[in-house]
Ligand binder design. Sequence first.
Ligand SMILES: Cc1ncc(C[n+]2csc(CCOP(=O)(O)OP(=O)(O)O)c2C)c(N)n1
Ligand SMILES: [Mg+2]
Length: 338
Amino acid sequence: MVPKVDTSFERHDLTDEQLVALLRTMVAHRTLESRGFQLNRQGKIPFASAGEGHEAVQAGAAMAFRRGVDVLVPYYRDLGLDIGIGVTAYEILLSLFGRAADHSAGRQFPHHYASRKLGLYSISSVIAAQLPHAVGAAYAMKLRGEERAVLTTCGDGATSEGEWHESMNFAAIHRLPVVVLCENNEWAISTPLSKQMAQPDIYKRAEGYGMPGVLVDGMDPVACYAAVKTALDRARSGGGPALVEAKCYRFLAHTTDDDDRTYRSRDEVAERRKRDPVPLFERTLIENGVMTADDVEALKRSVLDETNEATDRAEAMPYPKPEDLYTNVYSANFQPWQ
Ligand SMILES: Cc1ncc(C[n+]2csc(CCOP(=O)(O)OP(=O)(O)O)c2C)c(N)n1
Ligand SMILES: [Mg+2]
C-alpha cells in the first residue's frame, strides 16, 4: 500500500520538457546504480556506490548548472549530477568495468569521472578534499572577472573536516562565486548525524561564516533546482558564495562493500522510503498532467534499453594493457622501476 503523500508542486520556470528531463535523469541515475550492484553481485565489477535517495537533489542541481560556463566539483556519490550535466551511460559503465577506453584509462576508482569538456573536475574519495579545489577554481574565476560559478557538493559527514571549514571561511572572506551543496543523507557510512554534530541543520552554519544558508527538501527535484539556481545566479553575478543544504536519505548501504543492517534498523529505512523521490516525482508529473502513466513507463523502458546496450558495449571493450601502467603517470622517459 503506497502511503498518501503530497504531490502538489511549484514548477518555477521549468517547461514540461524540462520536468520530463528531470525525471529522466533521476530514472537513469537509479537504473545505472542498480546495474552497478547487479554487476558487482555477478562478480563482474569490484565495486559500485549507491545514491538511491539522492536522485532529486542531484537532478535538480544539474539542471541549474550552466553547461559550458560553470564548473562542477562533485563528490563520489554524485552519479546523478554527472549524468545530468552530460556524462553518458556508456562512459559510466566503462568506469565500472575498468576498461582501457575509460576517461582515466581504467585506472581511477569506479564512479570517479572527469571531463574537461563538461567542466567536471576529477573526483577525490578523500572526504572534503574537493572543497579547497572548488574554492580555488572560484578564486581564479573572480580574479579573471569571469561571469561563471563553481558548484561543489559534499555529504553531511564532510562538514566535520577542517578543509570544509577553511574553504567556507575563505569563500566568504573573498566573496567567491561558489555554491556548496550539502547532500545531508543523515549517515556517514555507519556514523549517524547525531554523532556528527550537536545541531542537525547544516545550513545554519553559513551564518557563522558570513554567507547565506538555504534549506531545501532534497526529495523534491524542482525545489532543489530552484534553490541551486538562485544561488548559482547570484554567485555568477558577483553576489558571493552560498551554502545549500538538501535533506535527503541514503536508502541502500554506503557501497557494495558495506552492510547497513549492522548499524541501522530496517524500520528507519522503510519509514524514509515513503518519500522515495523517484516514484514521488513520477506521480507528481502524472497527477499534474505533465505525463501519462504510459509516458512514464516508456521513459523507464528507454532508459533500461540504453543501460543494457551500454552495459554490453562497455563489457566487450578490452582492459588496459599491463605495459601502459605508467603512461600519463610519470613524465616521459622516467621509469620508476629502474
Ligand atoms: C579524509 C577521509 N576520512 C575518511 C574516509 C572514509 N570515508 C569514506 S566515505 C565516508 C563517509 C562520508 O559521509 P558523508 O560525507 O556524509 O557522505 P555520504 O557518503 O553519506 O554521501 C568516510 C568516513 C575518507 N574517504 N576520507
Ligand atoms: Mg552522509
